[in-house]
Design a protein around this ligand. Sequence first.
Ligand SMILES: NC(=O)c1ccc[n+]([C@@H]2O[C@H](COP(=O)([O-])OP(=O)(O)OC[C@H]3O[C@@H](n4cnc5c(N)ncnc54)[C@H](OP(=O)(O)O)[C@@H]3O)[C@@H](O)[C@H]2O)c1
Length: 241
Amino acid sequence: MNTVLITGASSGIGESLAKYYAEQGFCVYACGRNQEKLTALSQQHSQITPLAFDLNDKAAIFGALDKNVKLDHIILNAGTCEYIDNAKQFDGDLFARVINTNLISVGYCLEAWLPQLNSGGQLGLMSSSAVYVPLTRAEAYGASKAGVSYLAKTLSIDLASNNIGVSCIHPGFVETPLTDKNDFPMPSRITSVQAAQAIYLGMKQKRYDIHFPRRFTLVLKTFALLPFFIWRKLAIRMIKE
Ligand SMILES: NC(=O)c1ccc[n+]([C@@H]2O[C@H](COP(=O)([O-])OP(=O)(O)OC[C@H]3O[C@@H](n4cnc5c(N)ncnc54)[C@H](OP(=O)(O)O)[C@@H]3O)[C@@H](O)[C@H]2O)c1
């Protein structure tokens, strides 16, 4: 039986991923902080093993998984989003919270679990389509995900000799508790089940760039081709409207 470890599996995209992988016959290690939700998930699917810990606690990450377990896929999906509402009164603590959860913890997870990833295995890192163009109020979130995307690119070069593939995941808007908090329009928003299916397929096909829904991400990728000064003018005009 193939084995996958998924962080952020207690909610949203990660929860749908855990269920979808289990339905495809994988043995799933589902990570999160919410023990109750993870236990409920494991009661629905016998192949799901819950692992509850905080990703900001390095020792907890190292103690979470039995060192004898061999993994075929790892998906570092967990993340948080907080916006900088006033750039002039920059909230450094908010910035640190988001960078720690979305980027620094990924380094701890890699140190802990890459040794357990089989040759031929696939590592998925959760970035965001927010990295394609700089977006208003996304100083912390965007910087954390830009870091994840750079990390994924370098790992895809350096892990090639270990026969380990890397996928960088760039979703558009997905219906989850994280986006339920947003107070702005979210075009082309898809369900977390659709997101999970796209990620599973991309990981199975060992694709580097997993992005969806394409009608949305291709528009952003096109904007990313513009010289920055043009995008900057457009973005400032959009804030004023
Ligand atoms: N939804 C979107 O539109 C969208 C778009 C692009 C990228 N993404 C990315 O996709 C990932 C999943 O997002 P989502 O929308 O599914 O959000 P979500 O429903 O809020 O789920 C976030 C998950 O991350 C876990 N998590 C957060 N902080 C943690 C910590 N310190 N330690 C351990 N686990 C932690 C949560 O666990 P607990 O609840 O148990 O604490 C939860 O399982 C994130 O990285 C997000 O940035 C989402």
